[in-house]
Design a protein around this ligand. Structure first.
Ligand code: SAM
Length: 282
């Protein structure tokens, strides 16, 4: 009984409802300890994200405005931008930039596994090994936060190694709560997180990682999850591309949790991304 309990505790299951329904079909990724659950250094994750976010921001009208009015008070120009450029244009432009900066594009498409719903496919270019392919968006909950209601029938609840939950559902109550927390955490003209991942046109093209499906025998995992914290000194104007926000009002010194999906090998154009929903920590 004791060893059974120990074995159970070692599972850092990623998707709670999936685990409950698929005990027989599970497959496991084994790592040596929670700090070893990292394929690349966290700093590489942050540098890669910062490079893409900077490129996205450079074509943002707010960027030109800030350059011209560095010393004057900055009015809210993000609203004007949304009126000026349709969201599908912003999304297309983001995909082009992603192709230029990272060498590939990913998009949501029907999965290659029959009956599996939507998946994430490399639609252009080739993903190099150990690259940041996607991000897992969503509302971050502490283990003691009230998440039960949102988790009923919700396959998008991701569990971090340290027990934080991320609800990546872009519909219903989950969507309502994310939007409300995102609105709460604005700072002057700056959005401190991205809300557009809740739509079909995310302005950060990486923020579709919640649609990555679990691997099986025919489609082995080609990406894995890497959790990292966004440092508090991360540029304020680039936070509008971070697709995560806390459910509980954060204090200013709190690091936002992000989950990146890192490629395990080179992934060719047309391939679907598959992860392992289970991680075993020895
Ligand atoms: C995080 S969601 C992934 C996105 C999902 N395919 C969709 O269209 O919403 C997890 C759900 O996808 C489905 N799924 C993921 N991997 C699967 C697999 N290998 N075989 C069958 N269904 C899978 C299951 O319904 C699971 O609860």
């Amino acid at each position: 009984m004791k060893s059974l309990r120990k074995w159970w505790r070692q599972y850092r299951y990623r998707f709670v409802p999936w685990l409950a329904l698929n005990l027989r079909n599970r497959s496991v990724r084994a790592v040596d300890g929670s700090t070893d659950d990292k394929l690349i250094p966290d700093n590489d994750v942050l540098v890669s994200l910062e490079t893409l976010f900077k490129a996205l921001f450079d074509v943002h009208p707010q960027s030109q405005y800030l350059r011209e009015h560095m010393k004057k008070p900055v009015p809210d120009v993000s609203l004007k931008e949304h009126q000026a450029a349709p969201v599908d244009m912003i999304h297309k432009r983001s995909l082009c930039l992603m192709r230029q900066i990272s060498g590939f594009c990913i998009e949501r498409k029907p999965s290659k596994i029959p009956g599996c719903g939507t998946g994430v496919i490399v639609t252009k270019g080739t993903v190099p090994k150990h690259a940041i392919v996607a991000m897992y968006p969503g509302l971050i909950y502490y283990p003691y936060d009230p998440v039960l209601l949102q988790s009923v029938g919700n396959p998008f609840i991701f569990r971090c190694v340290d027990g934080l939950f991320i609800d990546g559902n872009d519909k219903g109550l989950s969507k309502f709560l994310y939007r409300s927390c995102a609105g709460r955490d604005r700072l002057g003209p700056f959005d401190l997180c991205d809300k557009t991942w809740l739509t079909v046109y995310p302005k950060n093209p990486l923020a579709v990682g919640q649609y990555v499906n679990n691997h099986n025998k025919d489609f082995p995992a080609n990406v894995c999850y890497q959790e990292c914290n966004l440092p508090t000194e991360f540029a304020l104007h680039l936070r509008q591309y971070v697709p995560n926000v806390f459910y509980r009002t954060p204090d200013m010194l709190q690091c936002v949790r992000m989950v990146a999906l890192v490629s395990l090998r080179e992934i060719a154009q047309g391939e679907e991304l598959f992860s392992s929903y289970f991680t075993m920590i020895h």
